[in-house]
Design a protein around this ligand. Structure first.
Ligand code: BGC
Ligand code: BGC
Length: 802
């Protein structure tokens, strides 16, 4: 399939939107300084600026012979080979390298020192570990993101580093991708809203002729471009998409990041229509330096140049010629330096191109403040500062998405005795995920997170404060019968391609077995699911009375208890506010599946998230991972759409209008109108307004057998009451439902189908609501549910009240 792809990988710059780095980045003072510095540099020194070496393979004394421009600490690199070296060792490392760079004869040029502070400065023990971006997407709060980026910048600055490889602006389209959690959302709208604040939080505004304000560090928007668009979600793969899709979906928040002044952009390992981005001049130069107006530095990814045709880890003129200004080199940096120098001397890289790259690097060094002392360096009180932890805890609260809360099992009542089960309950490492101390986030224990709090510990604290108590029991055994059980389980940490999956089936059984066994003992169960993406967990959802998607919340597990545990007065202290920024799959193979796709039919749509005001029971879900449809009684309206074969028609005395689109519509004489409104998710509901007499909502389809012992259940809200009787009709039988529909908040109404007497329920082709003028009724969901045997409303004739 991919091989048959004939679309080109050449972008047409005139199709791309405009953006521009702030003018101060190229202000006259800065540019004069750049020229001054370059005038004194040898070609060796210039080439050196293009090289970034990993600290795992360079020592400060190397700088005497190799004048590299930058170093990084890769995911698994630490001072002296120690992943978990203390902050002072990181600062000493940075200082030693910086001293070596600036004391070399004739050089005053400092290093850029980079690290992946992608969810806090998480290589350093004691740092605040914020939720990964997927959780920040669920929170969807630009101010929160800016504050988190600001706190992270301070923690990075405290260790003498001046560059973080963040934010990730990927738009992950196939959740099997192992980096899904590094992205905010499957939909670029959130990236557009969060990219600018993230950059401003890290860098502050650029300043004319001087570096970033104290406590700020340079960011790097990554990975340009369409890293989240690869076929089958393969990490470092190829995105076989049109230029239009590249612009509409994957350009994501780059224009906003550039406008906000992001000083660097990292190129993606992946490719577009068979061409690796690292060698794609049309994107890196024609587009990025053209309409996107980017004046900062373009850095390659970790040895990614090796994948450009004709290149090796230690040699790649093609990348420089395509527009990469600085190579990120793992171990091969020495030979890469030698070969790049030779390529310049041989004219394979032109002098103007070399000078252009060096000028950008120096400009960014000036603008980032690398030339000036960082006042926060050595201020280790910034690491895990109480206000940073409070911020992380707030982010955890805001990121939680409630998917189910049967019978109001949440919030946990004051005084409750709660069992906390699952091996992840007291394990901050699982909550932190990848890019934590080590690249993969594996090999960490709670002792590595001084000052952090596990989810268990937060629950314990909150329950005790409410007069109850918690018991930690990883295997679910208990001595005293609990009132409820919280089961914490999820994905083990991973990063990059190690996290790629073939299907979305969540395989580990520990959580499921715990939930089932506790439920079988009659104990109400609450699932807290830790994951880097939505996964197919129908069996777990069935076995849980309440289900919370908690993503990868990080070191402040207390934020979970803030929402789950009620205060002493019995009321929730914080409500759920997180909304899905990724669609939740109905089957394990349902991928890619993203908001706006044709045939979109997720289990929980983009934007979904319950609150404590919602009273929603979840139907039993199919436990067959391949089942295309949840088995069970039919749904008429769900996830913002009428479910085929059912469709909506608006009727009045002048006839019928069939509504094909979710937009605004009205019946032929204008007696009845419909429009989309927000329910549990954005535009997941429809509001019907009976503006005149005689309007009828008709949900129709081919004759369908509705003969079982079911209720017709719908989620509704009354926005304005009717001035007379409201009737529900099943075929020719009708009942009055006005008395049932009383709530002005979202609520459920159920009418047993057996109440419709005298109609052949084996062949029903319409369900109607007829009402007089005045009624404004919003409906979010309509489906058949196993009958609860409620009393029947009063029966009436089909044509009464007309
Ligand atoms: C990743 C980047 C990261 C870099 C440095 C690469 O493998 O793709 O996101 O910034 O390593 O650790
Ligand atoms: C490094 C990471 C890098 C990865 C890429 C690891 O060894 O520590 O920073 O992203 O390799 O392959």
């Amino acid at each position: 399939m991919a091989a048959a792809q004939t679309t080109s990988a050449r972008a047409n710059p005139s199709n791309w939107p405009q953006a521009s780095s702030p003018a101060v980045l190229t202000g006259p003072r800065t540019e004069a300084r750049v020229r001054e510095l370059m005038a004194t540099m040898t070609v060796e020194e210039k080439v050196g600026q293009l090289i970034q070496a990993d600290i795992g393979s360079i020592v400060p004394s190397d700088l005497q012979r190799y004048p590299v421009g930058s170093i990084l600490a890769g995911g698994s690199s630490g001072p002296g080979g120690q992943d978990k070296a203390p902050a002072a060792a990181w600062l000493a490392l940075a200082n030693n390298f910086q001293a070596a760079a600036t004391s070399r004869t004739g050089s005053q040029i400092p290093l850029l020192i980079g690290i992946d502070a992608v969810h806090g400065h998480t290589n350093i023990p004691g740092a605040t570990v914020f939720p990964h971006n997927i959780g920040l997407g669920a929170a969807g709060d630009p101010e929160l993101v800016e504050a988190i980026a600001g706190a992270t910048a301070q923690e990075v600055a405290a260790t003498g580093f001046n560059w973080t490889f963040a934010p990730t602006l990927a738009v992950p389209r196939d959740d099997r991708w192992g980096r899904t959690y590094e992205g905010f959302s499957e939909d670029p709208e959130l990236q557009r809203r969060l990219a600018g604040p993230y950059v401003l939080g890290l860098q502050g505004p650029l300043r004319d002729g001087e570096g970033l304000a104290p406590g700020h560090v340079m960011g790097s928007a990554k990975h340009f471009l369409a890293d989240g668009g690869t076929l089958d979600g393969r990490d470092r793969g190829d995105a076989p998409v049109s230029e239009r899709e590249l612009i509409d979906i994957h350009l994501s928040g780059y224009p906003q990041a550039i406008d906000a002044g992001v000083l660097s952009i990292m190129v993606s390992f992946s490719g577009w229509n068979g061409v690796k981005h690292t060698g794609n001049r049309s994107l890196l130069t024609d587009v990025l330096r053209g309409p996107l107006g980017f004046d900062g530095l373009v850095i390659g990814d970790w040895d990614a140049h090796a994948f450009v045709p004709g290149c090796r880890p230690d040699s790649c003129a093609a990348a420089v010629n395509a527009g990469v200004d600085m190579f990120m080199a793992a171990n091969s940096w020495k030979a890469l330096y030698d070969n790049t120098l030779a390529q310049v001397k041989a004219g394979q890289i032109s002098t103007p191109r070399l000078d252009e790259a060096v000028a950008r690097i120096l400009r960014v060094k000036l603008a980032s403040g690398a030339f000036e002392p960082q006042p926060l360096a050595g201020n280790f009180t910034r690491l895990g500062a109480p206000e940073h932890r409070a911020l992380a805890r707030e982010a955890v609260r805001q990121s939680l998405v409630l998917l189910k809360n049967d019978g109001g099992v949440l919030p946990l009542k004051p005084g409750a005795r709660v069992l906390v089960a699952g091996s992840a309950a007291d394990d901050i490492a699982t909550a932190a995920g990848g890019w934590t101390f080590s690249w993969q986030g594996t090999g960490n224990t709670n002792a590595d997170f001084p000052g952090g709090q596990s989810i268990w510990s937060g629950l314990d604290e909150a329950l005790r404060a409410s007069g109850g108590r918690a018991e930690l029991s990883p295997d679910g055994a208990f001595t005293q019968r609990p009132d409820a059980a919280v089961v914490v389980f999820g994905e083990a940490p991973y990063a990059e391609f190690y996290g790629d999956l073939d299907t979305l089936d969540f395989a580990p059984v520990e959580g499921l077995e715990l939930l089932r066994s506790l439920k079988a003992q009659g104990i109400p169960t609450i699932a807290v699911f830790l994951s880097g993406r939505p996964l197919w967990v129908n069996p777990e959802i069935n076995a849980a009375d309440a289900f919370v998607a908690a993503w990868l919340p990080g070191s402040e597990g207390g934020g979970v208890a803030d929402v789950l545990v009620a205060g002493a007065d019995g009321r929730a202290r914080h409500d759920f506010s997180g909304r899905l920024s990724f669609s939740w799959p109905r089957t394990a193979g349902q991928t890619p599946q993203n908001r706006g796709d044709a045939g979109y039919d997720p289990l929980f749509p983009f934007g979904f998230g319950l609150t404590y005001r919602d009273r929603v029971g979840a139907p039993a879900l199919s436990e067959d991972p391949e089942a295309p449809e949840a088995s069970g009684p039919p749904r008429l309206f769900a996830s913002g759409r009428f479910v085929a074969p059912w469709s909506l028609t608006l009727q009045d005395e002048r006839g019928s209008f069939r509504v094909e689109q979710p937009g605004r519509a009205s019946s032929p004489a204008g007696r009845l109108t419909v429009e989309p409104v927000d329910g549990a998710a954005q535009e997941s509901a429809r509001r019907f307004q009976f503006v005149g007499a005689g309007g009828v909502i008709a949900i129709g389809g081919p004759p369908t057998d509705l003969g079982g012992d079911f209720d017709l259940t719908f989620r509704y809200r009354i926005d304005a009451p009717a001035a007379g009787p409201v009737r529900l009709l099943l075929g020719n039988a009708a009942v009055y439902i006005g008395e049932l529909l009383t709530s002005s908040d979202w609520d459920l109404a159920s009418i047993p189908l057996s109440c419709f007497v005298g109609v052949d329920r084996s062949r029903i082709s319409t369900v109607k609501i007829a009402a007089p003028a005045g009624l404004s009724l919003s409906i979010e969901d309509a489906r058949l549910t196993p009958s609860q045997g409620a009393a029947c409303p009063v029966q009436t004739g089909p044509n009464d009240g007309r």
